[in-house]
Design a protein around this ligand. Structure first.
Ligand SMILES: C[S@@+](CC[C@H](N)C(=O)[O-])C[C@H]1O[C@@H](n2cnc3c(N)ncnc32)[C@H](O)[C@@H]1O
Length: 343
């Protein structure tokens, strides 16, 4: 009787463990990209290089030896990136998005001298800057990331191990472009103003930061008044930081003059392109007079407007108002004082 009970209890545990494993495998599979999909993204990126810049892809961009092994990925980023189609395919897709966004904002990557991939991870992004005749720089706080990426991109980029807190080991005004993809999403809120200020320091006047943040709607209702929310803090730098649109405007507007936010598919991260005006740094930020019905609407409307004006206006006026200010106004936030006092 006793043995039977033990067996059935063991059986139940085994069954549960199998179920959990299956669920995890299914979840992982859903995050994977098929080879055909990846190839589709590769072609789109190749076309973009050719049509917009007259460039061809670098052979390494389609070379499977750049795909990090599972033991590396497990210590750097999401497991799915050990899958070749997913690593390469999401890289093609995200690089296309980024290059198109830069073009929409009036930035010419061909005329840029230096790019910094802040938190380069396994080199998924930096890889797609190989066709450009620019200096490629990357920094990461994880020695495993540095070791792996140095193997594949060490001959093509200056890669450094940096600290969990600013400063970065670069001179002021060194970069034309800084990319922080899936980095601020895992940076504690308390550290974000410092990091944004530091990125602003290493950017040239008129330079651009492109970063991702989590979907604003993921801040649960009880935390919306405060404007932020964190999970997994016990996991250190694998934690997640969420901001509302209004909080984002408040925090980012201290370091940057113009902000453009694009909402990616619902439930996914929002992607933010944030730039400084091309005029002198002393220039006052322009403040539009539009009142938006809600912060969320302000975000997408600002983005639409900057897209719409891309072909007709010179870069400095392509974003004719400060989206962040619009968001803040809609949320009745007194950020204009902090904003102007920096100038
Ligand atoms: C989720 S991974 C993303 C990697 C890469 N950006 C990508 O999209 O494939 C985040 C990376 O950022 C690095 N990281 C986090 N905070 C950082 C910081 N303040 N400075 C430099 N690297 C950082 C982590 O070590 C990790 O490699």
């Amino acid at each position: 009787m006793g043995t039977h009970k033990t067996n059935s209890a063991l059986g139940r545990v085994k069954h549960l463990a199998e179920k959990l494993l299956l669920r995890r495998k299914r979840r992982e599979k859903r995050r994977l990209m098929s080879a055909a999909e990846a190839e589709g993204h590769r072609r789109v990126l190749a076309d973009l290089y050719r049509s917009a810049y007259g460039l061809e892809m670098h052979p390494l961009q389609s070379d499977r030896t750049v795909v990090p092994p599972r033991e590396v990925v497990n210590r750097v980023q999401g497991r799915s990136k050990a899958d070749p189609s997913t690593f390469l395919g999401t890289g093609y897709r995200d690089a296309t998005w980024l290059l198109e966004r830069l073009r929409a904002l009036g930035y010419d990557v061909l005329s840029m001298e230096r790019v910094l991939d802040l938190g380069f991870g396994t080199g998924r992004f930096l890889l797609h800057f190989l066709p450009f005749p620019m200096e490629r720089h990357g920094c990461d706080v994880n020695p495993v990331a540095l070791e792996w990426t140095s193997k594949i991109l060490g001959d093509f980029a200056d890669l450094r191990l940096t600290q969990r807190q600013p400063p970065l080991p670069y001179a002021a005004g060194f970069f034309d472009l800084v990319i922080a993809w899936s980095v601020l999403t895992h940076t504690p809120i308390v550290d974000q103003p410092g990091w944004l200020a530091e990125i602003g320091r290493v950017l040239k006047p008129g330079g651009c930061l492109i970063a991702t943040v989590h979907d604003f709607s993921r801040v649960p209702k009880p935390h919306r008044a405060a404007g932020w929310y964190e999970t997994g803090v016990e996991r250190g730098w694998h934690m997640n930081a969420y901001l509302t649109a209004a909080k984002l405007a408040e925090v980012w507007s201290r370091a940057f003059d113009t902000i453009s936010v694009t909402r990616e598919p619902p439930g996914q991260a929002h992607v933010i392109a944030c730039s400084k005006p091309r005029e002198a740094r002393q220039a006052r930020p322009r403040v539009g007079a539009v009142t938006w019905p809600s912060p969320m609407r302000a975000v997408s409307a600002a983005s639409d407007r900057s897209q719409a004006s891309r072909s007709s206006s010179p870069p400095a006026t392509q974003i004719p108002f400060t989206a962040a200010m619009q968001i803040a106004r809609a949320a009745s936030m007194p950020v204009s004082i902090a904003w102007k006092s920096r100038r």
